[in-house]
Design a protein around this ligand. Sequence first.
Ligand code: AMP
Ligand code: GLY
Length: 423
Amino acid sequence: MKVMVIGGGGREHAIIKKLKESPLITELYALPGNGGIAEDAVCVNIGAKDIEKQVEFATKNGIDYAVVAPDDPLVLGAVDALIAAGIPCFGPDKKAAIIEGSKVFSKNLMKKYGIPTAEYEVFDNAEAALSYLETAPIPTVVKADGLALGKGVIIANTRDEARDAVRSIMEEKKFGESGAKIVIEEFLTGPEVSVLSFTDGKTLVPMVSSMDHKRALDGDNGLNTGGMGTIAPNPYYTDEIAKECMEKIFIPTVNAMNAEGRTFKGCLYFGLMLTEKGPKVIEYNCRFGDPETQVVLPLLDSDLFTVMQAVTNGTLDKTEVKFKNENAACVVMASKGYPQKYESGFELKIDPSVKDSVYVAGAKKDNGKLLTAGGRVLGVTATADTLENAINSAYEKVGKVEFENAFYRKDIGARALKAKEKK
Ligand code: AMP
Ligand code: GLY
C-alpha cells in the first residue's frame, strides 16, 4: 500500500519510522517531511496546510491511505477533502477537530456533559474580560480560543499580567482571529499527564501515558516551549487514576462528540492535571502530541498501520493494541536561544549507531549534508526495562549527536524518577 503522512516534524518522523515497520506498506511519502525524515520516506514539497495540493498529489500518485498529523490541516478540513477524493484517512474530520480548534467549544462541551475541567468564563470583548478580571481569583489562566502555535495559553500570576494577556490577545490581536474569543479559567495545580488514545468513535483505546517537559530550562524554569523532552509511562498515572479517567473523561468525551454529531476518529489527546479533586482536562488535542509521540510509539507493540486502519474502518474493538512493558525517554536537542531567537544552518552529525533513535524535527538537506533548520532540531529516544535506564541511555545517545549551538535539558525524567521513589 502507498501511504502518505502530512506534516514535517519530530512527531511525523516517529509516525513514519513506526509505519515503516509495517509489512503492509510498500511506499511511504511525507508532505513536506524534512531533511531527516527523507532517510525514511520520500519527501514531497507540499506544505502541511496546502490541502488542495495534498489531494492532487494523492490522487495522481495512487495513494491508498493518508495520515494527517498536525493540528492545522485537521482543523482546516484536510481529512474531509481527502475522503471526498476517495482517500481513506487517519485523523478527525473538520467537525470533530474543533475539539482542539476551539477552546470555547471544548470548554462548553465539557460543561454540558459533566466532564471534569477548570471553571471558566468565555469573553468576546476585551472590556467585559477586563471587568471580570477586577475580582477574578489570581493566578488565572487566559487562553485564546483558536490555534496559536501552542502559545495561546498565558498563566497570569498577577492581575496586571492577566490584563496584559487580555489586551495582547484581544486588542493587539497577537494570535489574529484565534483571539477573537478568549477563555479565562481557574488555575489548577497538580502533576500533568498526557494520554493519547486511538478511537474510532465507538471504542477508545488509551496508549501508554506520558509526561511532557514544557519549560526551556532545567528544574522546569524558563519559557514555555513546544516540549523539551518526554518520558513514558508517567509514574503519576496509576491504574486507579487510569480507570477513573476512562470512566469520567475518556468515554464521556467520545459519547459527547457523538451526541453533538461530531464523531471523533483518530488520535484523541487528553492533557490532564491530577488535582486534589481528581483528574481534570487541561486541554484536548485532535492529534498525536509532539514530543509525546516520540516516546509512545516506540513502546507500541502492534502494527501501527493496522491499528490506524481499524480506526478508519470502525473495527478498533476487534483489533489488538498492545504496548511493551518498558519505559521510554526522549531528550529534545534544540538550537541555543529557542524558543526565542536562534541560528540555523549548522551541520548535523548523527552517529550511525543512534540513527534509529533520532526523530528529526528541524533539518534540511543541502548538498548531501544535513543542516539544522529550526528551534527544536531533533529528539533522541531510548527504551529500557526501567525509567532510569531509559533516561541514561537517551542521554548517552545524545552524546552521539552533534551540531553547533546544540542545547538540551539535562533533567528530562528527573521529576518522574523522584515520583517513583516516593511510591
Ligand atoms: P496548552 O497550550 O493548552 O498545552 O497549555 C500549556 C500549559 O499551560 C499546560 O501544559 C499547563 O501546564 C498550563 N495550563 C493550562 N491550563 C491551565 C490551568 N487551568 N491551570 C494551570 N495550568 C494550566
Ligand atoms: N506536547 C503537547 C502538544 O503536542 O500539544
